[in-house]
Design a protein around this ligand. Structure first.
Ligand code: A2P
Length: 325
């Protein structure tokens, strides 16, 4: 259970450190100390804007001898502006250079959204707006089919730059379509997942297709308060049922939420920049939730998605951009 098995016979550590929203200035120290305390799975992305600092942290940790490169699982993600065949390789090479690595364990397509290309020397990471300085900046798309992007992702495996490839934020229909032409199947799907968004059919579909499932935002609303994308009342960490289970198990609410995610067969990538919480989030392998506890936590589902381009692209990026409907 400490590891999630993948179709190629490899395993991915069930708890990874999510790097989204770790300040650049803190990232190297957080990554170094996380590896020092036992994290072996790092979940990075071009779009998080801290890959160079994460690379610094990885290098420092490896220099202490605490582990070797091959003991680490490092994931990164292809940003939306690099979906065209001509841009995929340069994007991974930039992530590798920043992370100071010569291969990734996993490279994911970050969103099923192809945006207009922005050259590195113009802006990196390019984020969502094509031209933030425009009078009314908007997201601009590019007509790149996912099949083209996937073909270029497959070439990265062949070239030895990445060991595995996968996707994020896909639903069953897109996955099914991808599987119809993929010569290298996606190893992992990464999606938002927590007790308010259990995605049971998607998880079951992935399990039936032997696609690993990684949950981002496994603690729920927490990351979204500061972005104005969730109400305090939507906190799972304060939910009475989670507190009740936590008290019974003598664990914290966060540990219960992470354990629920792991016990249902997913990997989880909680972010923390705090030493105590980093350690807490890793200590989820020495207790077990009962079947009744698992069922009642799953029963909290309300299909509440906090990270939805159909909402945040309109409020933050002046562009109506639904993808899940
Ligand atoms: P912090 O970095 O201050 O610990 P995400 O949903 O992107 O994984 O982010 C998790 C959020 O929950 C962050 O805001 C993080 O803040 C917070 N957090 C992480 N671990 C814990 C924990 N064990 N208890 C409470 N809050 C946590």
């Amino acid at each position: 259970m400490k590891e999630m098995s993948l179709a190629d016979g490899s395993t991915i550590p069930s708890v990874g450190l999510g790097l989204w929203k770790i300040d650049q200035g803190q990232t190297a120290n957080v990554v170094e100390s996380a590896i020092g305390m036992g994290y072996r799975h790092l979940d990075a992305a071009c779009d998080y804007g801290n890959e160079a600092e994460a690379g610094e942290g990885i290098q420092r940790a490896l220099a202490t001898g605490v582990c070797q490169r091959e003991d680490l699982w490092v994931t990164s993600k292809l940003w939306n502006t690099y979906h065209a065949k001509a841009h995929v390789r340069m994007a991974v090479e930039r992530s590798l250079a920043d992370l100071k690595l010569d291969y990734l364990d996993l490279y994911l397509v970050h969103f099923p959204i192809a945006q207009r290309f922005v050259p590195f020397d113009h802006r990196y990471p390019p984020e969502w707006f094509f031209d933030p300085a425009a009078p009314s900046p908007r997201i601009e798309t590019a007509p790149v089919p996912i099949a083209e992007t996937w073909g270029a992702m497959e070439s990265l495996v062949t070239a030895g730059l990445v060991k595995r490839i996968g996707v994020c934020n896909f639903g069953c229909s897109l996955l099914r379509d991808l599987l119809s032409y993929a010569s290298i199947r996606p190893s992992v799907l990464q999606v938002e997942s927590h007790p308010y968004l259990t995605q049971e059919k998607l998880l079951r579909y992935c399990q039936s297709e032997k696609i690993g499932y990684t949950a981002f935002s496994p603690l729920g609303a927490q990351s979204y308060f500061s972005l104005g994308m969730a109400e305090e009342s939507e906190s799972l960490l304060n939910h009475s049922l989670i507190h009740e289970v936590a008290a019974g198990q003598r664990r914290s609410p966060a540990q219960v939420l992470l354990r629920w995610g792991i016990q249902r067969g997913t990997a989880v990538v909680p972010k923390s920049a705090n030493q105590q919480r980093l350690a807490e989030n890793l200590k989820v392998f020495d207790f077990e939730l009962t079947e009744a506890e698992m069922r009642s936590i799953s029963g909290l589902n309300r299909n509440r998605r906090f990270n939805d381009p159909g909402d945040f692209c309109e409020s933050a990026f002046n562009t109506f951009f639904p993808i899940y409907e």
